[in-house]
Design a protein around this ligand. Structure first.
Ligand code: 5GP
Ligand code: ZN
Length: 111
């Protein structure tokens, strides 16, 4: 019954280019990368956006950011985290995700 794209990627029903996984978090490469490193970090538990995120999940996502940034080689050079929420935030997939963008000099403008 769950028609969520990211739940299907987490379940392996749709191929995803996995970069990291633990018991709470799954991370995979964005299909339309906006930077040399563009990883989507998502909770395994379905929640629509940051407004539905509990403290344990937030902590797990934060821990995963550090692991993935080091794994991707962008911890020192720097990176940007973005989590779009709702219509004005241009959220297109309604399963909470954090974009990790890096690998080049990003523009100062928020994007
Ligand atoms: P949003 O716009 O909701 O913040 O971000 C959704 C992201 O999911 C977009 O950057 C888009 O490129 C990515 N995306 C959409 N469909 C797929 C897919 O099937 N596989 C992967 N890996 N990424 C996807
Ligand atoms: Zn989902």
């Amino acid at each position: 019954m769950n028609d969520c794209l990211f739940c299907k990627i987490i379940a392996g029903e749709i191929p995803g280019n996995k970069v990291y996984e633990n018991d709470r978090v799954f991370a995979f490469r964005d299909i339309n990368p906006q930077a040399p490193t563009h990883v989507l970090i998502v909770p395994k538990k379905h929640m629509a956006n940051i407004l539905e995120c509990d403290a344990e999940t937030a902590a797990a996502l934060t821990d995963a950011v550090g692991v993935i940034a080091r794994q991707e080689g962008v911890a020192e050079s720097g990176f940007r985290l973005v989590s779009n929420c709702g219509p004005h935030g241009c959220q297109s997939v309604h399963h909470l995700h954090v974009h990790l963008l890096g690998g080049e000099q990003l523009t100062e403008r928020m994007a």
